[in-house]
Design a protein around this ligand. Structure first.
Ligand SMILES: Nc1ncnc2c1ncn2[C@@H]1O[C@H](COP(=O)(O)OP(=O)(O)OP(=O)(O)O)[C@@H](O)[C@H]1O
Ligand SMILES: [Mg+2]
Length: 233
């Protein structure tokens, strides 16, 4: 009998409701999707349509109000916050629009931070963080602080920090939103290489409706729902 492999991440009829004073905001209103190893998925949609909320739920940074989230077949609702933190640190790389680097740390120390938190020794951290910086073309900027770098360089440091753990899932929320066209293209290329390079799945949130290349899957969101699922031709 064939074994059924669980999806890397699966959402089943996920709702997320926020309370804002008297008001109730329905950020997600029943979203179902599955992501597998090696996938490259683009999520697009207008401001407020629920893209970031969806990404945060996939990362386990937020929990749904109802519906099911499965991480490699394991239900998120059955996981403690500690368990979830550990899974996230070891398996999920998150890239934000505003980089989220620590200003007082050098590039290499920012990149090495997830490994430090995971208890690795200083030599291994330096070596792996150095390799990740090389990978994004910043091997010569290891000792620079974020404020000494351009926006595109800071975002590449943030990508190196996401890649250093060799994540099975990379979630990027508008990673090129604050960059010029050329820097943005560099960033997207690094993300596009990740599935073939080490089997990671990549989910890219972007405002650009035409971000997908031929063969890539796009989910268009509107008002907390997936409005359309297409494969670029
Ligand atoms: N913590 C929160 N508390 C209350 N409402 C929230 C919270 N986070 C998100 N929302 C609301 O949920 C809806 C979806 O927000 P979300 O950030 O997911 O949209 P988005 O598609 O990422 O938008 P953008 O393109 O502007 O980043 C919005 O109406 C937003 O105001
Ligand atoms: Mg957003």
């Amino acid at each position: 009998m064939p074994t059924l492999m669980p999806h890397l991440v699966e959402l089943r009829d996920v709702h997320r409701t926020y309370r804002r004073g008297e008001e109730t905001v329905r950020a997600l209103r029943g979203v179902s999707l599955a992501v597998d190893a090696g996938d490259f998925l683009v999520i697009t949609g207008p401001s407020g349509s629920g893209k970031s909320t969806l990404l945060h739920i996939m990362a386990g940074l937020d929990r749904p109000s109802s519906g099911k989230v499965l991480l490699e077949g394991n239900s998120l609702s059955a996981m403690s916050d500690d368990d979830l933190t550990l899974r996230r640190r070891r398996g999920i790389g998150f890239i934000f629009q505003f980089f989220h680097l620590l200003p007082t740390l050098s590039a290499i120390d920012n990149v090495g931070l997830p490994l430090l938190l995971d208890g690795l020794g200083p030599d291994e951290i330096r070596s792996r963080a150095g390799q990740a910086l090389e990978r994004v073309g910043l091997g010569n900027r290891a000792n620079h602080r974020p404020r000494e770098m351009s926006g595109g360089e800071q975002q590449r440091v943030a990508i190196a920090r996401a890649l250093v753990i060799r994540p099975s899932l990379i979630l990027a929320d508008e990673p090129t939103g604050n960059l010029d066209t050329a820097s943005g293209a560099d960033i997207l290329q690094i993300l596009r290489d990740a599935p073939a390079e080490f089997g990671a799945a990549v989910v890219l949130v972007t405002h650009q409706p035409d971000a997908a290349r031929p063969g890539e899957r796009t989910l268009s969101m509107r008002d907390g729902l997936i409005e359309a699922a297409t494969v670029a031709g």
